[in-house]
Ligand binder design. Structure first.
Ligand SMILES: [Zn+2]
Length: 164
């Protein structure tokens, strides 16, 4: 029986290259610039009337909301996501790649992560991880023939001889 044993996760590397330092520095400068714009923007709105018309105020509020939102979640890792399926019928395990994602941690809520689709797979020097979503399935390509379905219509030869 052909099985695939998934790993839970891949440990992040401790290597710190100059590229990583550059990107950290760039991020740090960006965060400081955003923080200054945030503080300045709030001050301007608090000061109220002086110099701001309705459109400028709305733009400033949009800007503040955008910065606040971007500061809520911190990029933590580039993630390759897999769907790992275990067949209830024959116990075969198979893994299907479901895409590249970025894992982000919430700045203030501990142990709160989210995974955002990252089709560009553009790494910012983040550690790489593999994440599995596990599920069980009623039948798989190895045993669907036992259910009376025409395996040949899959277009892929899953016979034992080929797998060995
Ligand atoms: Zn099966």
């Amino acid at each position: 029986m052909q099985t695939f044993t998934p790993t839970d996760s891949v440990e992040a590397s401790d290597d710190t290259s100059f590229d990583d330092l550059d990107s950290l520095l760039t991020e740090s400068v960006q965060i400081k610039a955003d923080a200054k714009r945030l503080i300045d923007g709030r001050k301007r709105i608090k000061a109220g009337a002086y110099g701001l018309n309705a459109i400028e105020r709305a733009q400033l509020e949009d800007d503040i909301a955008r910065i606040e939102l971007s500061r809520e979640w911190l990029p933590k890792a580039d993630v390759a996501m897999f769907s790992v399926q275990t067949c209830q019928c024959c116990s075969a395990v198979s893994a299907v790649f479901t895409g590249f994602f970025q894992r982000q941690s919430h700045r203030s809520l501990r142990h709160t992560d989210r995974w955002i689709a990252a089709p560009e797979h553009a790494s910012d020097g983040l550690p790489k991880e593999i994440k599995n979503t596990d599920s069980t399935i009623v039948a798989c390509p190895f045993c669907i023939g036992d259910f009376g379905y025409p395996v040949e219509q899959l277009g892929v030869d899953y016979s034992e001889e080929v797998m060995e």
